[in-house]
Design a protein. Structure first.
Length: 222
């Protein structure tokens, strides 16, 4: 395969961002910390430890970090059997695979969570590889997750496109030297995605699929 289509998962292919928001909010509440949901939403997409640090600051009691992350993991895990894929997400991946793209997932999820997300997407036949946060030293917005995805695909940055829903995704893709496509289904405004590096923005996977031939993910050589 000559090109790689790298996809974030949460909020991009599966409609999970607000489930994460509620789970993080409750985990913070159980730890005695009141964090507004809108602030949590803006932080979704960061690795768990980075999200806690981002929201509570450097002067927080770091001894609480592990308990807060564990609380989020337990609360979010209650949704694993019913995570909803976004419209035509699996069809988009299969179309790209059929068009000659190596499809790689780049996600901070792992283990049972990643398995639940892949079940929701239901397109394993189209996925070449998966790069998780466990495989790199730094998560998004660092470029390492995207760079690792490109290594798995065996494709250089100039022949890759990264699709995501957060500013952290766009910054990671831009720093890795790939073209970035944003989707609005994660709840982040178009202007924020464009400012962070998005070359094009679509409503959701269904919109991107319908506009594929005029998008950065047009058929190779087409």
């Amino acid at each position: 395969m000559e090109r790689a289509a790298v996809f974030d998962v949460d909020g991009t292919l599966v409609d999970t961002n607000h489930l994460h928001v509620v789970s993080w909010w409750e985990a913070f509440r159980q730890a005695g910390r009141q964090v507004p949901m809108h602030a949590v939403h803006r932080a979704v997409g960061l690795p768990g430890g980075d999200l806690v640090a981002h929201l509570l600051g450097d002067d927080r009691d770091e001894d609480q970090d592990a308990a807060i992350s564990a609380g989020h993991k337990a609360l979010y895990g209650q949704y694993f059997d019913r995570l909803p894929a976004l419209p035509r997400a699996g069809e988009l991946l299969r179309r790209l695979h059929g068009d000659g793209w190596a499809v790689v997932l780049a996600t901070s999820a792992g283990g049972a969570e990643l398995s639940a997300l892949r079940r929701a997407i239901d397109a394993d036949d189209a996925i070449t590889a998966t790069a998780s946060a466990d495989d790199v030293d730094a998560g998004k917005p660092a470029p390492e997750p995207v760079e690792h995805a490109l290594e798995l695909a065996g494709v250089p940055a100039e022949r890759a496109v990264f699709v995501g829903d957060t500013v952290w995704d766009m910054r990671a893709g831009s720093r890795a030297g790939v073209r970035c496509v944003g989707v609005l289904c994660g709840g982040i405004p178009r202007a924020d995605l464009e400012e962070a590096g998005a070359d094009a923005v679509y409503a959701d996977p269904e919109h991107l699929l319908s506009a594929l031939d005029s998008s950065p993910l047009a058929r190779p050589g087409g």
